[in-house]
Design a protein around this ligand. Structure first.
Ligand code: PHE
Ligand code: CO
Length: 300
């Protein structure tokens, strides 16, 4: 691994994205400056890892837990990307690449389409264990990378990348529809197992509060997956979600998203979006949220 000092932040500018008003970084792929992680960085990783793993047994999907074990991630130290890649590439052909932070959309889609998952190399500070406005190494590596070991989910992510390139070419409204799908599946998805609802979304598995809230709180809606419904539904970026969508399996997700989205985008362009907390007549409702504690504005 590299003995170079930590790569300085190469922040390009602030942009309004689906993650809020956040810095977008250079598109460059960077080598993980592993030797520059401090004892504090490794300790932040260890604390977060142990805390989340304890919470996620019985809450995260079996697929997630199995995949994370298979990758050999441990709390002992921040994993080396190279070592994870040896395992990941053999399993599903995915590799992870180091980046400074959020990427421009098209760059991000191109990585996914080519089975490269961009992972932010730096980790949050000890005072940010519970919340961080932008993705860091813990969110990306602990939250996103394990499911890339799952062959069906691995294919879904690559298909999403190709779909992103396509939607980008169609226009901004198509991208909004597609981004909602990413948000309500990859980031905040729930899955129905024989023994109950479980988490698979990365934004949930990397969050202590939302790991509990998404499954156990009365406040949010839990609704069966419906592609076009999701594409029309706004979401929250600064609070827990008002609605979670539940898939039956990754195979279902793969099948439902296989059709050409171009005609769907065209049709949805004429239709209004739904507020994040809405329950519709046609919804397959697992749980109708009480709405307790919801803020009235701020859906994006
Ligand atoms: N079928 C989608 C399209 O035609 C591509 C896609 C697949 C998008 C899986 C998201 C997830 O655009
Ligand atoms: Co994420």
């Amino acid at each position: 691994m590299s003995n170079q000092p930590a790569v300085p932040d190469k922040q390009v500018e602030h942009q309004h994205t689906d993650k809020g008003y956040v810095p977008v970084y250079t598109t460059a792929v960077v080598e993980q400056p592993w030797a520059s992680y401090t004892a504090i960085d490794h300790d932040v990783w260890a604390q977060l890892f142990e805390r989340q793993r304890a919470l996620l047994v019985g809450r995260a999907s079996d697929e997630f837990l199995v995949a994370q074990d298979a990758m050999g991630m441990t709390p002992d130290a921040i994993p080396k990307f190279d070592e994870l890649n040896d395992i990941l590439a053999k399993a599903t052909g995915w590799t992870i690449v180091g980046v400074e932070g959020l990427l421009p959309e098209l760059t991000f889609f191109d990585h996914l389409a080519n089975r490269r998952f961009p992972v932010t190399w730096w980790i949050r500070k000890p005072e940010q264990l519970d919340y961080l406005a932008e993705p860091d190494l813990f969110h990306d590596l602990f939250g996103h990378v394990p499911l890339l070991m799952n062959p069906v989910f691995a294919d879904y992510m690559a298909a999403y990348g190709r779909g992103g390139v396509k939607a980008h070419g169609i226009g901004p409204e198509a991208l909004v529809n597609l981004t909602r799908l990413y948000w309500y599946t990859v980031e905040f998805g729930l899955i129905r197992q024989a023994d109950g609802l479980r988490i698979y979304g990365s934004g949930i598995v990397s969050s202590k509060g939302e790991s509990i809230y998404s499954l156990e709180s009365d406040a949010p809606n839990r609704i069966g997956f419906d592609l076009e419904r999701i594409m029309r539904t706004r979401y929250r970026i600064d609070t827990y979600q008002k609605t979670y969508f539940v898939i039956d399996s990754f195979e279902q997700l793969m099948q439902a998203t296989a059709p050409d989205f171009a005609p769907i985008y065209a049709r949805l362009a004429a239709q209004p979006s739904y507020p994040a907390g809405t329950v519709l007549d046609g919804d397959a409702v697992f749980h109708r949220g009480s709405g307790e504690g919801w803020s009235q504005d701020g859906d994006v």
